[in-house]
Design a protein around this ligand. Structure first.
Ligand code: 6GU
Length: 224
């Protein structure tokens, strides 16, 4: 997979890709991530990327021309499966959407900022609009990092047995069961006996029961 991220704040976005699982995925060549600073696609002395909105009102809007220049350059170099715009009025990200996006080959992710982008960008280029939840962030950068993390960890070869996605919360629409590690007893709090029993079919059944119990208690909406 190749991901090209278009942003006015590349420095806000880079650090999550420089640690842990994402870093390892990049080093292994399983994903190729490129950052494009929108300011480098401006013309004129002021390197202007945004402007006041027509009709008046507070807040700046990212202009269509620099975004057009950047996207057109990328599209002249390769085919893209999706051009994703990060915006709070997009479709809310969930595990199903992350799974779907993880099957794509080349992605462009456009980060909004201020009041967002000129509507014509959305009409002309964007194939999908994604939000990460019902709250407002200062820009799409942190949301783009969240989307990339959720997607990249699903790519074949990124996770090993220790970090397997198969037992994640939300796989099969269930929350994950409780987990424990050493010591078996801590300040009078004991690890459930069954986990120490070595009876793996029984442990598997217990985990399934716990997952269902937890989902019923915390997220009954997932069971519908
Ligand atoms: Cl994708 N962008 C912004 N600015 N705020 C958000 C968001 C995106 N998703 C949730 N809140």
């Amino acid at each position: 997979m190749r991901i090209d991220i278009i942003t006015v704040l590349p420095e806000l976005l880079k650090s999550p890709f420089d640690a842990s699982i994402l870093k390892r995925a990049i080093e292994k060549g399983l994903v190729d991530v490129h950052f494009h600073n929108l300011r480098e696609y401006t013309t004129g002395n002021y390197r202007q990327v945004d402007d006041y909105q027509f009709g008046g009102g507070a807040g700046m809007v990212l202009m269509v021309e620099p975004i057009d220049k950047c996207i057109s350059k990328l599209k002249s170099e390769r085919e893209y499966d999706e051009i994703i715009y990060m915006t709070p009025d997009g479709k809310t990200l969930n595990q199903g959407l992350a799974n779907e996006i993880s099957l794509k080959k080349n992605l462009i992710i456009l980060c909004g900022h201020y009041k967002g982008v000129d509507q014509r960008v959305r009409d002309m280029f964007v194939t999908r609009e994604v939000s990460i939840g019902d709250y407002v962030l200062s820009g799409g950068e942190l949301a783009a990092a969240v989307l990339c993390d959720a997607v990249i960890r699903l790519l074949p070869g990124v996770l090993n047995d220790e970090t397997s996605a198969l037992t994640d919360t939300f796989q099969d629409n269930l929350l994950a069961p409780p987990v424990y590690t050493r010591p078996a007893s801590y300040k009078g709090k004991e690890v459930p006996k069954i986990l120490l029993s070595g009876d793996f079919p029984k442990i598997e059944r217990w985990r399934e029961e716990q997952a269902i119990k937890r989902t019923k208690e915390r997220r009954p909406d997932l069971l519908k």
